[in-house]
Design a protein around this ligand. Structure first.
Ligand SMILES: Nc1ncnc2c1ncn2[C@@H]1O[C@H](COP(=O)(O)OP(=O)(O)O)[C@@H](O)[C@H]1O
Ligand SMILES: [Mg+2]
Length: 447
């Protein structure tokens, strides 16, 4: 997990504060300290902490009271209590009222760090689960698939055919090509449109927690499982579950996913009985799953189960006729979002956008427009607003897209010079012309 988080250590012993703040501080973990209950309260009011470590006995209060207060102020926070020897009763009580764990003094630093890490993972899980619950209603504005090229027309046709069924769909294509858009379109065009659509990027599943995240767990089934917890399968019940980057699904849970696809049943971690669910599955990947299977990284039976109905998105450079439509769409949308007005694009800038090869596909196009809107004057996107690599496109004949020979020659020479790092001798050799001729052309084209 790369996000950073804040830890507050509350203890009246200066030495412990010093030790813990020194040892626990890391690029991901910012550690603050408080030496009494009063300061701790003030800190928690000011800052948002993810994990709090507090001594149970404080000069001006008691950790158990603080625990309840902290949880009231910041429901996601996980609290770890420090107890002296012989205070186990207190510790048990602490867990009962919602502490994440307790540590007895004297403690081992590696153990403290481990508990803090686990507490943080739990905070992440809680937050993620909540955001699923909030994002259950699929956003219809993200489901508009723009384009009139032959492949996009075909994809729209496939979507209308497959959406009303319960068939799992595998959406493939390069990053930024529109896989998410297709997934949302399918959900919105299905009978499940009013039901939850849960989206999970499998690359963010942590190996150890993936089973619990997908299927849920029962209280006490592993350290840190403080209560029963639903997984994504339960959230997606009656709706759609979109598993993005399915090629990244940890091997450990692949067989269990297959079971859901085949029998519509699953088991929570720590539970014997199977539960039945009704879920429409969508998958996306930019990997070659067949190859993943061959190389033993992906369960073969699962692959066949997933690969029933494939929608494959072509790269943007292979459907350039969609570029003007996409530009219109994004200028409209972004113009509104940024609360400004109607933007247009100059003829020359449009030509550059049409010639560019868009390695980042539609996502890159969208980002370029967003940037251009900011840089534009008088609501017109010109070449000056475009990134250099796009604005420097060779000029083409507006009608036919054909380059003039001179223009071609110029581009070609630039390429050769670039390739040989400006070495003219070698560039001339590669171009099959004399060194003097090359000098003349460099002069002519002002290179
Ligand atoms: N055909 C399309 N019509 C409208 N917006 C699109 C289209 N394709 C992609 N986008 C937009 O481009 C961005 C990237 O698309 P996304 O579906 O997230 O790509 P992928 O999932 O393939 O990486 C998103 O902002 C998305 O809304
Ligand atoms: Mg995506």
């Amino acid at each position: 997990m790369s996000e950073s988080y804040k830890v507050l250590v509350v203890d009246d012993e200066e030495s412990i504060l010093k030790l813990l703040s020194k040892e626990l501080s890391s690029p991901e973990r910012m550690v603050h300290t408080a030496n009494c209950a009063k300061t701790a309260r003030e800190q928690v009011r000011k800052e948002r902490y993810e994990v709090i470590i507090s001594d149970i006995r404080l000069p001006d209060g008691d950790g158990l009271e603080l625990l309840t207060e902290f949880k009231d102020m910041e429901p996601d926070v996980e609290v770890i209590l420090i107890t002296g020897h012989g205070n186990i009763d207190n510790a048990v009580e602490a867990i009962r009222i919602g502490a994440y764990d307790y540590i007895t003094k004297p403690f081992r630093l590696d153990r403290v760090e481990l508990v803090v890490d686990r507490a943080w993972q739990r905070v992440c899980l809680t937050r993620e689960n909540r955001s699923y619950k909030h994002s259950q209603q699929s956003d219809t504005s993200s489901s508009q698939l723009i384009g009139s090229s032959a492949p996009i027309k075909q994809i729209k046709h496939l979507i209308t055919k497959v959406a009303p069924t319960n068939v799992p769909v595998l959406i493939t294509g390069e990053s930024g090509a529109g896989k998410d858009v297709v997934a949302h379109s399918i959900h919105c065009a299905s009978q499940r449109a009013g039901k939850p659509m849960i989206v999970k990027n499998c690359a963010t599943l942590q190996k150890e927690l993936s089973r619990s995240e997908l299927f849920g767990h029962t209280k006490g089934s592993f350290t840190g499982a403080m209560e029963n917890c639903d997984g994504l399968m339960t959230f997606a019940h009656t709706g759609t579950l979109f598993l993005d980057e399915i090629g990244e699904l940890p091997m450990e849970v692949q067989a269990s996913l297959l079971r859901v696809l085949e029998a519509h049943t699953f088991r929570r971690v720590g539970e014997k009985d199977e539960r039945t669910v009704d879920i429409r599955f969508l998958f996306a990947t930019n990997r070659n799953l067949a190859l993943e299977v061959e190389e033993g990284r992906f369960h073969e039976a699962l692959f066949h189960r997933i690969n029933v109905f494939n929608i494959s998105l072509p790269e943007l450079k292979d459907r350039r006729e969609d570029v003007p439509l996409l530009i219109d769409f994004f200028l409209n949308k972004l113009g509104q979002q940024m609360g400004q007005g109607e933007y247009s694009i100059s003829e020359r800038a449009m030509q550059c956008m049409l010639s560019y090869h868009w390695p980042g596909n539609v996502r890159e196009l969208r980002n370029v427009l967003e940037r251009s809107i900011i840089l534009s004057d008088n609501f017109v996107i010109t070449c000056n607003c475009l990134p250099k690599e796009i604005a420097d496109q060779p000029e083409r004949d507006g009608e036919t897209g054909i380059l003039s020979l001179e223009r071609m020659e110029r581009e070609h020479i630039i390429k050769a010079l670039d390739f040989f790092n400006g070495n003219r001798q070698r560039a001339a050799q590669a171009l099959g012309i004399g060194r003097k001729t090359l000098y003349r052309k460099i002069d002519k084209y002002n290179l």
